[in-house]
Each structure stands twice: as C-alpha cells, then as structure tokens.
Design a protein. Structure first.
Length: 196
C-alpha cells in the first residue's frame, strides 16, 4: 500500500530483459534511510515491486510478465529516472490517496500547458477506464497521487505545482511519453459493484 507521495527519484543502473521478464537495478541513497530490506515492497513509477537485493545505494527488483505487459517498463532504459516510494507504514501520516501499486494501463501525454504557477498535463483517456476517471477524483500517474482537473471523452488532465514538477519525473515528460496509470481504488469498486 502506498500514498502516491513520491519520496525521491532513483535511476536505472542495470536492466536485464529476458522474454517478458526483467531484473532492474536502481540507485538511490534513500534505500538506507528507509531501512529497507530484502522482501519489502517499493513503488517504482507507481508499480508495486519486491526488493530482491540491496547493496550500498542500490536495490534490485524482478519484474514478471504480467507487470511488463501492463506497464511502460518495456521502454525503460539504463539511466532513466524513476519515481520511488517505499510502502506505507501503519503509523505514517496518510497524504495523497490509497495507491496499491497495481497499474491498470499505460497512456500518453498529449498536451502540456502552463497555467500561472501550475503546469497542466493532459493525457489520452483509455476507453476501458472512462467510467473510473472523474473530475476531482484521484489518480496515480507514474506513481504520483494527483487530482483530476478535467475530463473529456478522449482525455483527462491534472495540474502540477512547482514542487511536484521538481520532486517527481513528471516535470520531464514530453508529448508522446508513456506513463503508468492507476485509477482510484474507490472508483474501481463502485464501477464493479454497479455491474457496468
């Protein structure tokens, strides 16, 4: 369980792909600060993964085929920056929203515009998720907890303050870049319970 409040940006230092699996090594000085250990969960660009090895300022995760199919990990490259968040501790303050790290799908950035002190990012809205994405609802984009500011039949938008632009990888996004998205868990259950 996560909150979508990114703790730091890590960097991919090694990437071994075999068919539809991958072993990824990431660098971050925070791995010690978090007192992480092998077996702990960590969100990498919004994907809940298990730490399988730790060395100095590095940690390693294994990615299975289902994760490779649903996320943008197929496009990861050595040197890429990624958003990192350790699992939520029961005693921690709950900011953001409940993020499971179970990415629904990927989408692409279609528009980027400045609105005074904010940058508005507009993404293509995947047809299968239209009913789960609503104005003022929550969404995790590349693991970042955001509030949806606008929805059309083909897009949804979110606004980013300067802090979010600096402290996450979203500030580097360019038109056409792919991101992982996870819709709000409450929306999923409401959608499912209604049987639509």
């Amino acid at each position: 369980m996560f909150t979508g409040i990114i703790q730091t940006i890590g960097r991919v230092t090694s990437l071994e792909k075999t068919k539809e699996t991958a072993k990824i090594r990431l660098k971050t000085a925070y791995i010690k600060t978090w007192h992480s250990k092998v077996g702990d969960s960590i969100a990498v660009n919004g994907v809940c993964l298990t730490i399988t090895a730790i060395q100095e300022d590095y940690f390693t995760v294994d990615v299975m085929p289902e994760t490779m199919r649903r996320t943008n990990f197929n496009h990861l490259q050595i040197g890429a920056k990624v958003n990192l968040e350790p699992a939520l501790q029961a005693s921690a303050r709950l900011d953001g929203h409940f993020v499971l790290g179970h990415v629904d799908t990927i989408t692409v950035l279609v528009k980027r515009q400045v609105d005074q002190n904010a940058v508005v990012l507009t993404f293509a809205l995947p047809m299968d998720y239209q009913r789960q994405i609503v104005v003022k609802g929550s969404i995790a984009v590349a693991g970042v907890s955001l509030t949806i500011t606008n929805v059309t039949s083909t897009t949804f938008s979110v606004g980013l303050i300067p802090h979010t632009l600096i402290k996450t990888t979203l500030g580097d996004l360019q038109i056409g870049n792919q991101v992982n998205i996870e819709t709000d868990i409450l929306g999923k259950y409401i959608f499912t319970c209604k049987g639509v």
